[in-house]
Design a binder for this molecule. Sequence first.
Ligand code: NAX
Length: 325
Amino acid sequence: MTQPKRIAVTGAAGQICYSMLYRIAAGEIYGPNQPVRLQLLEITPALGVLEAVKMELDDCAFPLLDSVVCTDDAKVALEGVDAALFVGAKPRGPGMERSDLIADNGKIFSILGKTLNEVGSSDVKVCVVGNPANTNAYILKANAPAINPRNITALTRLDHNRALTQLAHKTGSRIDQIKKMIIWGNHSTTQVPDITFATVDGKDAPSLVDESWAMNDFIPTVAKRGAAVIDARGSSSAASAANAVIDHMASWEKGTDAGDWVSMAVPSDGSYGIEEGLIYSVPVTCSNGDYTIISDLKPTDAMREKMKASEKELLDEKNTVADLI
Ligand code: NAX
């Protein structure tokens, strides 16, 4: 019998998790031959709702679901896990800026980082989703020195997927015909969706669209898509965020397709002049359960300027949470 993979998920009674947990239990991260054990964390007042989530997981009778733990004790949730998905945080509501959330959510991630340091395995794969995701991941990393820092990542795959769809619609192509999309920087409105190196059915994407569309339409549409969803439904993206977490973890575990890459926010290795250690979204390839930063691209001057502006925002966020790192 294959040992189950243990996955901690925080904020497990929330909206994103209601779209995500059932797909993980169905085998969408590790594949059809790998049992999973879910270690679900919530704040105490949400444990009742979490129990209902567990009841529904049970009622799905997933063959790959080994067991489900529901707890309000982070030590129990994070103990010995192979992967930790940090979704739990206060979400952004109508009219709120991400900066409003930094102070509140930063404290949560400092405590969780210390707990992960104490009870987590050093090679646990971490994906931070709760906003501000990059800076929360930075705080977590700073508070968890025993964990392999390379494995502390944040989610920009939703932005990557949004960018794929915008380019597919513009060029009348299918998603699977588009390769080498990039999201640079922060998961915020300063992010830099970049089609410079993308191809559509083997053709260079920049040759298929106007430069003014790429700069003045595509970039803001992707960067502000989260706010557009909030305006339309009154709360932040849930199903698409859940889908992106599964994509992020599945690519990391199972590898990226030949001739393609994905965007992940990972600790910067100094490539592209970005401060080392900042959690910055870059293109990566994945194989054998690890990722490699694509570090030899030559972004255009216009993109470099935007990449530096996104770095500046991350440096400002880092200063705001200086007492937590
Ligand atoms: P919900 O409010 O539906 O769920 C959040 C859950 O987290 C709640 O059940 C709450 O009780 C729990 N929680 C709060 N503090 C906790 C703690 N200390 N420990 C454990 N659980 C805790 O929000 P949801 O829509 O699921 O969104 C979750 C987070 O994802 C938000 O921060 C949201 O802004 C962020 N997002 C990130 C995205 C990304 O691409 N990186 C996109 C979607 C989303 O906006």
